[in-house]
Write a protein that binds this ligand. Structure first.
Ligand code: NAP
Length: 307
């Protein structure tokens, strides 16, 4: 017999497991489907020090595992499978997995988060792991006493550069403007780090490759002057793109995020979007878990009174 869950959550990051915690604690039969490992983008952060209650900070991997355990304590189940298609409009919604599994539910919570944005230089996909990286906290250890560059000027780029400055001999920060977008708290330690050098108003125009990345061509966007930089590794940290490929039937905003207001309700009844995949102003762990709780509340209402 086909099992029909009250709620399927797609994605096991903080938003997904918060939805699952609130749903299963309210007695909803809840399944989380996670592609690889729980925790989502948090696992790319070594220390999260702005999630309330952890006064020494907590690493993203541990927090992710604890969020999973917290939801499973109330009966949430987790399936490790890659979702390859969804049917959202019928009353009983269907989710298909890459391993041939089919899952059914009355409500769906989309918590698929976002993936790193690429520079878009031809051939870069072949360089991933061969000098080109998107996660300093995962791959930085390969660059002890080496020369690396970080591209970007937001919080992620700046925290990546700081992290790498403790490992690498030299860290360049390549940013397309002459000021950082990152929160002020990050500026001072980075400016003070002796092995960090900023390359302002500049972009990577090409990679220099000899089997792997050995450098990059850097173009000054104001003067059009181009120079070559010798590098052992390049970390791209220019934001994220929401993981919405599966949800073509839902409306997206101009940046590609699923349109859902603070109720997390999408235009399809019984379908909710939470966390970094949803259109919103502030994408943080704390706002992701808030979305999860809100989605569970409205999902429960939908299941009991139909709206
Ligand atoms: P972000 O804040 O959107 O910053 C992206 C950076 O990359 C910006 O400096 C942007 O330049 C640059 N950029 C974008 N596209 C580019 C391109 N094609 N070529 C070169 N540079 C490009 O993204 P994020 O740093 O990944 O952060 C994402 C969210 O997570 C933010 O809300 C952030 O606050 C949050 N976050 C918070 C923390 C924390 O507070 N502990 C840590 C990490 C992330 P411009 O400045 O010119 O636009």
């Amino acid at each position: 017999m086909t099992h029909i869950y009250d709620m399927i959550v797609i994605g096991g990051g903080p938003a997904g497991y918060a939805a699952a915690l609130y749903a299963s604690r309210a007695g909803l039969d809840t399944l989380v489907i996670e592609k690889m490992s729980v925790g989502g983008q948090m696992t790319l952060t070594d220390i999260i020090d702005n999630y309330p209650g952890f006064n020494e900070g907590i690493d993203g991997f541990t927090l992710g595992m604890q969020m999973q355990a917290g939801a499973e304590r109330f009966g949430t189940k987790t399936e490790y499978d890659e979702v390859i298609s969804v049917e959202l409009t019928p009353e009983i919604k269907k989710v298909a997995g890459a391993m041939g599994g089919e899952y059914f539910a009355r409500t769906i919570v989309i918590a698929t988060g976002a993936n790193p944005r690429e520079l878009g230089i031809p051939g870069e996909e072949k360089l991933i792991g061969r000098g080109l990286h998107y996660c300093a906290h995962c791959d930085g250890r390969f660059y002890k006493n080496k020369t690396v560059a970080v591209v970007g000027g937001g919080n992620s780029a700046v925290s990546d550069a700081l992290y790498l400055s403790h490992l690498a001999e030299k860290v360049y920060v390549i940013h397309r403007r002459d000021t950082l977008r990152a929160t002020k708290i990050y500026h001072e330690p980075l400016m003070k780090a002796e092995n960090v050098e900023f390359i302002w108003d500049s972009a990577v125009s090409d990679y220099i490759v000899d089997g792997r990345i050995v450098g990059a061509k850097i173009k000054n966007l104001k003067t059009a002057e181009e120079k070559e930089l010798r590098l052992d590794g390049l970390f791209v940290s220019i934001g994220r793109k929401p993981a919405t490929e599966l949800f073509g039937e839902l409306a997206l905003d101009e940046a590609g995020y699923i349109i859902a207001d603070e109720t997390t309700k999408t235009a399809i009844p019984g379908v909710f979007a939470v966390g970094d995949v949803r259109t919103k102003e502030l994408r943080q762990v704390v706002t992701a878990v808030s979305d999860g709780a809100v989605a569970a509340h409205f999902a429960e209402k939908f299941l009991t009174i139909g709206k």
